[in-house]
Design a protein around this ligand. Sequence first.
Ligand SMILES: *Cc1c(COP(=O)(O)O)cnc(C)c1O
Length: 235
Amino acid sequence: MSNLQQQISENVEEIRARIAEAAGQSGRSADDVTLVAVTKYVGVDEIRALVAAGCAQLGESRPQQFWQKAEELSDLSVRWHMIGHLQRNKVQRTMPLVAMIHSIDSRRLLTAVDRAAAEHGLCVPVLLEVNISGEEAKHGFRPEEIEPLLEELPSLDGVNVQGLMCMAGLGGDTESARADFAALRRLRERLAVNCPPGVSLDDLSMGMSGDFDVAIKEGSTMVRVGSALFRGIDR
Ligand SMILES: *Cc1c(COP(=O)(O)O)cnc(C)c1O
């Protein structure tokens, strides 16, 4: 086994153990939490090593780099997640390549994805990104915008809203991250009781390298982990 493969396999194993432990502490099992391995920092060799280590769900945040990697790696059977800001003029090319878009951060983007998907006869699983910490620099809906939006969703055929996504506030400590994740979970719980038919809010995409343990304890079902998977590797 190459050094690269060995280091990445060890890192994956360590992260999976931490996921299992945090899931256990919230009364769930490791299978209840999807690890999305974020590959934006690395090239195709590292990605192949990740996949060989058992990661089949990959995340990218920049559309152009995503297109290129998805093409170069089209022989792999993986599912790609778009997790970063998506401009509307990049929707057409992104859509056929993704298993899920986590970062629907405006009505205009939601509409653009819906139209493009419907044209292709697709229905794309998406999450609504919520700016839960309220920072100006962050993308996402304000929490109070979600409820009115949910009522309009049944009329959209090209998107299947499956949950909510957030990032913890910048520069905060673990406790403030935890408060942000708890706030997203409470928003989900409050909205789930009145969800229109065909809309579910089952997924909560929250938690990154520095805070995925607390995110899972607060109910995350999808963690987006990048840098922690590449520890000990020159990149
Ligand atoms: C880069 C990125 C991640 C992963 O961040 P790490 O701290 O490296 O784990 C997760 N989510 C989004 C939206 C990102 O852009």
